[in-house]
Design a protein around this ligand. Structure first.
Ligand SMILES: Nc1ncnc2c1ncn2[C@@H]1O[C@H](COP(=O)(O)OP(=O)(O)O)[C@@H](O)[C@H]1O
Ligand SMILES: [Mg+2]
Length: 267
């Protein structure tokens, strides 16, 4: 369980200080798929980076399974981080390493013996559907395949939590659906708690059990995904849902027009 209490985060100090997260409070249950939805600049990445302490909260606390991790450093911090995998929009693979050696990398850091780390990496590459790609390099893979490698690497240390920061934002809609399916499977089969950061309503709707809507560094509403989308309370979510409906309508009209033109051409 992830528990965030009265978290504030400022960048800069003194007169330059600029608070980007204001009094964030939330709890994410073990095994849950939890969405953090918001527009660009809302503070989503900053918030998620406070969970694995890539950013230090200015004040407030982060608890994982009841343990306050906010002040951890050194070896204890490394242990906290090995329990939290993370994936990004741009995949962030090591270009000079093969796929296999991308996945073994976290295991090299904690001195897992070579045979054992390769065995684990091959198991994970099979799991994400890339068993035959072990000896290739990232540049030889599609975006969706690269994100699968990043997912395998994030799972190397058998984490109980995975943070996904705009993990599908660089991918087309078909590939997005495939990656979301894979993440769902990892959640169900490996019981990994997922924190899904996204600006996309459809991603949040597709995969999240619950969603927190964040705007201007504040949680403006939070709840069950279906309930939230059926009955939005905040102006920002109401607007996003209305915009998405207009956009859908336009696609629908485009599709109908194409069909009409095709029919004309066939006639
Ligand atoms: N390292 C940083 N230094 C100063 N300001 C930052 C830094 N990182 C993010 N910010 C600012 O914090 C705000 C939230 O950014 P971010 O968390 O990246 O939002 P999001 O991920 O929702 O797009 C933005 O105004 C951004 O400019
Ligand atoms: Mg971001």
């Amino acid at each position: 369980m992830i528990h965030i209490e009265h978290l504030h985060k400022s960048y800069g100090s003194g007169a330059e200080a600029h608070e980007v997260l204001h009094d964030i409070n939330l709890s994410i249950d073990s095994g849950e798929v939890f969405g953090i939805l918001g527009s660009s600049g809302a503070g989503k990445s900053t918030l998620v980076r406070c969970i694995n302490l890539l950013e230090r909260p200015t004040s407030g606390n982060v608890l994982i399974d009841g343990k306050d991790i906010t002040g951890t450093t050194g070896k204890a911090l490394a242990e906290v981080r090995s329990n939290i995998g993370m994936i990004f929009q741009n995949f962030s693979l090591f270009q000079q390493r093969t796929i296999l050696r991308n996945v073994t990398f976290p295991l090299e850091l904690n001195h897992t013996p070579k045979a054992k780390r390769e065995e684990r990496a091959r198991y994970l590459l099979d799991l994400v559907g890339l068993g035959d790609f072990a000896d290739r390099y990232p540049s030889q893979l599609s975006g969706g395949q690269q994100q699968r490698v990043a997912i395998a690497r994030a799972l190397a240390n058998n984490p109980s939590i995975m943070l996904c920061d705009e993990a599908t934002s660089a991918l087309d809609s078909t590939t997005t659906a495939q990656i979301l399916d894979l993440l769902r499977r990892i959640n169900r089969e490996l019981n990994v708690t997922l924190v899904i950061i996204t600006h996309s309503l459809s991603v949040a709707r597709n995969i999240c059990d619950r969603v927190a809507m964040i705007d201007g560094g504040r949680i403006v509403e939070m709840g069950d995904t279906e309930q939230l989308f059926a009955n939005p309370q905040s102006d920002i979510l109401k607007t996003l849902i209305a915009d998405a409906a207009i956009e859908n309508h336009r696609h629908h009209d485009d599709a109908t027009e194409t069909t009409a033109t095709e029919k004309e051409q066939q006639a």
